[in-house]
Write a protein that binds this ligand. Structure first.
Ligand SMILES: NC(=O)C1=CN([C@@H]2O[C@H](COP(=O)(O)OP(=O)(O)OC[C@H]3O[C@@H](n4cnc5c(N)ncnc54)[C@H](OP(=O)(O)O)[C@@H]3O)[C@@H](O)[C@H]2O)C=CC1
Ligand SMILES: CC(C)(CO)C(=O)C(=O)O
Length: 338
């Protein structure tokens, strides 16, 4: 039975999930490395703005203040912090404890390597958030969903318990095919998040630029080919639309049809700025290796070429290393590839 819950990494997403679980009366603590944020959460509550407005009293601590065992960790720190955060959680887990990772990419690999497949759940997140400052996060999606599953496809009692906890916030779609959800979310991040980071722009700016939106189609087609090559059957995701209609690469008429479908389907998300782009704007390392980097690596394993994903990794790493800035000038790197 899950009683003690921890949200590990209470930033953009974790502040919001923690607020909903606290509001529902759960025994939940928000754990974050940013002391001023932890102090603000304890003093003023979690202030959620954007698609909802609410301020909820919450309990918050830093990782060093963790005590005893937690039954469930919702893991929402960036994958760039895995080396520190996973051991911190492991020190406070019992045999029956689980980590449910909502991180982007294919994050169950690192978590299950550390704690075992039986203590790993995956929960691709179908909504967006932006950290506004100590104590405050903005919910940037008007509708929200979680997707949930285990690596071995079993629908366990623990999984169903976690489902009912996440339902304190929004609908939860459970499937035996977690990797199907993962790859659809990975496509969302490889396409629009990768380009939002490369060009330092919103999803809407990608839609509006004829070359960028074409690149998004080609990136999506690469992801679908790699997923197929890896034997993954992709599942529907609220942010991605009908993949087989939208991300088809072929002759010019086919590409024009895909571009039109992408523009229509992604219009509601035009204000989103990818969390990778936000990290770069703040001079931080972003999750590029865990996103387009993972698509490229999986392409190598599946013998599927991924030239556009490879180039997104190159461009974003160049921004991260201060070699160039995120701007539409970076379209030049993709010339001749699409
Ligand atoms: N934001 C979004 O819209 C979405 C994000 N995601 C994914 O969810 C994950 C979390 O993203 P997001 O909420 O944006 O991330 P944020 O960076 O906003 O929040 C993560 C928080 O974790 C803190 N942190 C870092 N290390 C530790 C640690 N060892 N222990 C506890 N806390 C720690 C960070 O502190 P500090 O600031 O001091 O580093 C930060 O406050 C990522 O994998 C992201 O890709 C998925 C869907 C949407
Ligand atoms: C799709 C998106 C933009 C949702 O906010 C996301 O996953 C991210 O920013 O990392």
């Amino acid at each position: 039975m899950i009683q003690r819950i921890a949200v590990m990494g209470a930033g953009s997403l974790g502040t919001i999930l923690g607020a909903y679980l606290s509001k529902a009366g759960r025994d939940v603590v928000l754990i974050d490395a940013y002391q001023a944020h932890v102090d603000a959460l304890n003093q003023n509550g979690a202030h959620i703005t954007g698609a909802v407005e609410m301020t909820v009293p919450v309990k918050a601590i830093t990782p060093e203040q963790m005590e005893g065992q937690y039954d469930l960790f919702f893991y929402l720190a960036k994958q760039t912090y895995n080396d520190v955060a996973i051991p911190q959680m492991m020190a406070h887990m019992g045999e029956g404890s689980v980590i449910c990772t909502g991180q982007n990419g294919l994050p169950e690999r690192a978590v299950s390597k550390a704690v075992g497949v039986h203590r790993t759940l995956g929960s691709p997140v179908g909504w967006g958030a932006t950290f506004m400052g100590p104590g405050c996060s903005a919910l940037t999606s008007t509708s929200q969903a979680f997707y949930l599953g285990t690596l071995d496809g079993q629908i366990t009692e623990k999984l169903l318990e976690v489902k009912s906890i996440l339902e304190d916030m929004c609908p939860v779609h459970v499937s035996e095919n977690l990797m199907g959800y993962r790859w659809t979310k990975l496509l969302v991040n490889c396409t629009f998040s990768g380009l939002s980071a490369s060009f330092g722009c919103t999803f809407g700016d990608v839609l509006d630029d004829p070359r960028a939106v074409r690149l998004a189609v080609k990136l999506g087609a690469e992801c679908i080919a790699v997923a197929k090559g890896c034997g993954v059957r992709m599942e529907p995701h609220s942010l991605a639309g009908d993949l087989d209609q939208v991300f088809v690469w072929g002759d010019e008429d086919t590409i024009a049809g895909s571009v039109a479908a992408v523009r229509k389907g992604w219009e509601p998300h035009r204000k989103l700025v990818a969390s990778m782009a936000q990290d770069l704007a703040h001079g931080r390392k972003c999750e590029i290796d865990a996103i387009n980097g993972v698509a490229s690596e999986s392409g190598v394993d599946a013998h599927v070429p991924t030239p556009i994903n490879d180039m997104v990794v190159h461009v974003v790493k160049g921004i991260q290393d201060g070699k160039w800035k995120g701007s539409f000038d970076n379209l030049k790197f993709f010339e001749g590839l699409y």
